[in-house]
Design a binder for this molecule. Structure first.
Ligand SMILES: O=C(CO)[C@H](O)[C@H](O)COP(=O)(O)O
Length: 220
């Protein structure tokens, strides 16, 4: 199966976690886009959705799926989203699609986070995928210098503005042995909006698309 077929398989497999009357958090990216296609088949049954990006909101609304503003909802039953990397502890790197801040907000509100990813995203140690950091534009050079002191090589993602009007630094050459400590440390740098490490709030379940079918990973 191609990588795209594996993404589609997990996007549809996530429907298993969606029950009638639920408020559903919707992620961003090509795998999450397949989940939106799947969700379309039961759009009459759910209460509605909360979206993590303008792109996902536009697709949901095009399909006639109700999208609520985050501030209108008290809780989200399930959040379904992709990842750039996921480790066996279900901690992730996200933000390859520049939606990390809104994704982190929706994940924080959700009772359950279901990560959907093809097998190429599973790693033992996070950090091969450059770690995205959303930064207030005026702090870009300062934050980059601080990231260098942490051992990384930050590269400015040229020509990209996030949905929040900020910029992204992609940090190369990190081997992330202690994701929770690094998440806290990068988040404490002035000018950082969010780091794309999802370790304090990781996934609860991961559906991994493999050539032998969809595998389910949970925390031991
Ligand atoms: O974090 C994300 C967007 O900010 C995506 O979930 C991540 O980049 C995976 O994308 P894809 O499903 O297209 O491989």
């Amino acid at each position: 199966m191609s990588q795209d077929e594996l993404k589609k398989a997990v996007g549809y497999a996530a429907l298993e976690y969606i029950k009638p009357g639920m408020m559903v958090g919707v992620g961003t990216g090509s795998t999450a886009s397949y989940f939106i296609d799947a969700l379309n088949t039961m759009k009459e049954d759910i209460l509605g959705t909360v979206s993590s990006s303008i792109a996902s909101t536009e697709k949901l609304e095009r399909l006639g799926i109700k999208v609520f503003d985050c501030n209108e909802v008290d809780s989200i039953d399930v959040y379904v989203d992709g990842a750039d990397e996921i480790n066996p502890a279900l901690k992730m790197i996200k933000g390859g699609g520049a939606a990390l801040t809104r994704e982190k907000i929706v994940a924080a509100i959700a009772k359950k986070f279901v990560c959907i990813a093809d097998q190429s995203k599973v790693v033992d140690v996070l950090g091969k995928f450059p770690l995205p950091v959303e930064v207030i534009p005026m702090a870009r050079a300062y934050v980059a210098r601080r990231l260098v002191t942490l051992g990384g090589t930050p590269i400015y993602r040229q020509g990209i503005k996030t949905d929040n009007g900020n910029v992204i630094l992609d940090v190369h050459n990190l081997s992330i042995i202690d994701p929770i400590a690094l998440e806290k440390e990068i988040n404490s740098i002035a000018g950082v909006v969010t780091v794309g490490l999802f370790s304090q709030r990781g996934a609860d379940v991961a559906l991994i698309g493999t050539s032998d079918g969809v595998k389910t990973l949970t925390l031991k």
